[in-house]
Design a protein around this ligand. Sequence first.
Ligand SMILES: Cc1cc2nc3c(=O)[nH]c(=O)nc-3n(C[C@H](O)[C@H](O)[C@H](O)COP(=O)(O)OP(=O)(O)OC[C@H]3O[C@@H](n4cnc5c(N)ncnc54)[C@H](O)[C@@H]3O)c2cc1C
Ligand code: SF4
Length: 483
Amino acid sequence: MGKPTGFMEYERSEPGYRPVEERVRDFRAVERRLPEETVVEQAARCMDCGTPFCHGCGCPLRNVIPEWNDHVYQGRWSEALEMLLATNNFPEFTGRICPAPCEGSCVLGINREPVAIRQIELAIIERAFERGLMKPRPPAVRREKRVAVIGSGPAGLAVADTLNRMGFRVVVYDSAARAGGILRYGIPEFKLEKVVVDRRIALMEAEGVTFEPGVRVGEDISYHYLRGRFEAVCLCAGARQPRDLAVPGRELGGIHFAMDYLVQQNRRLAGETVDPQREISALGKSVLVIGGGDTGSDCVGTAIRQGAASVTQVEILPQPPPARAEATPWPQWPNMLRTSSSHKEGCERHWNVATKAFTGSGGAVEAVSTVEVAWTAPPGGGRPVMTEKPGSGRVWKADLVLLAMGFTGPRPNRMVSDLGIRTVNGGVIWRDARNMTNVPGIFVSGDMSIGASLVVRAIRDGRQAAEGIAAYLEECSVVEECS
Ligand SMILES: Cc1cc2nc3c(=O)[nH]c(=O)nc-3n(C[C@H](O)[C@H](O)[C@H](O)COP(=O)(O)OP(=O)(O)OC[C@H]3O[C@@H](n4cnc5c(N)ncnc54)[C@H](O)[C@@H]3O)c2cc1C
Ligand code: SF4
């Protein structure tokens, strides 16, 4: 432990954001970075509490947080880097966009502000990139066995990176024009600049991973094609089937799924072609975002940057409490109101709002009718029941409506249906303890199997799938089954 009294001497520091009036004029990253001396102070706040809940229960990757904190405080940055990379393939992603469940379970957070763990993680990896320490490190020994990874989101990248480090030959296919999955095409540039994704892909390529973008597996190439060339296949195609809203007027123009909108803006910024017939723009529009989560918040920030006349976000659930709810005591991830950088840029937020209908003229949406709802817990316990409040109807002017109500599961995939790959819980892919589906040699990882989740969980699941694939290929080498 670096500084026994650090947690009493220093308060939590956060880097903050660029000023609103500046940042809404561009799409560059909004969050600032902590100066190195402040990162060291934050590391000094770690209490070495004995039972590090941040590591054992908060961080899905089981990042060894107290140890890197100590290394950072003592100025041993290389040791901190080595320790971080041992558990996290891509700290430059999580250091920027992880909601940091580790901080929700930091012991210091019981009665003070938690250690700024995410910022320390970001500082360790970015310092390494800046100093040229993140050089390609191809595996010392190459194995003959080949693995195809379908999908290049964080899960697919983690599978590929982990297997490549073990020496396997890995090809990553993706239907999109560039690798990165939601990191590239969903999450806005202002949260995660795409040069950060490009930098990692270039490093992986230099280390021997092959990327084949623009290939839809199941349509452009078949499983039989893959089976003839690879000893194992890992499906990492995400869970992007959007939840729809079946209310009158849904067919009107100007109502879009959030991902269609966000993908288009990321493609535009990357200089990719956007079909003018399908162009979605918030310029001069009254925008209503339906869905109060993170995807909705990303739509808010994007619409503001596109020059929307107004942006409103509505959510059917009640407003969370301002501080940790009793139902989620420490060390659980706290249910509480979260206000994103986008919300602070000029957005109205409303809770307990249910959408009843869309209305418009000339085939285009002009207004959204809603009703206020109340949630009551049934007397015997169980899930709260929703009721509409009589006389609470309201009409909102809206000429662009963005549906951000979550995802129901993976999109239909011909490879899954043709091979009879087993699905459960409304469409996610079933897998065994080592991530193998019911079809031998076909593995699955990330949102496609766990449902829409977080980048940190996709990386964790990708690492786990890679271990399962390696074990399977080792077994095959012994019984010579899978060549
Ligand atoms: C708008 C938005 C913002 C988010 N923000 C955050 C955040 O700030 N922090 C956070 O932790 N999490 C965030 N998430 C969640 C996080 O991005 C996902 O949990 C994560 O990306 C899932 O990773 P994945 O690799 O399983 O799938 P994905 O990232 O969805 O990648 C799947 C890939 O598979 C490809 N693919 C699909 N079908 C085929 C096929 N047939 N052939 C070839 N390729 C195919 C797709 O093109 C895609 O590239 C966000 C999600 C969204 C939608
Ligand atoms: S990956 Fe997320 S949960 Fe884990 S240490 Fe980093 S910020 Fe915390």
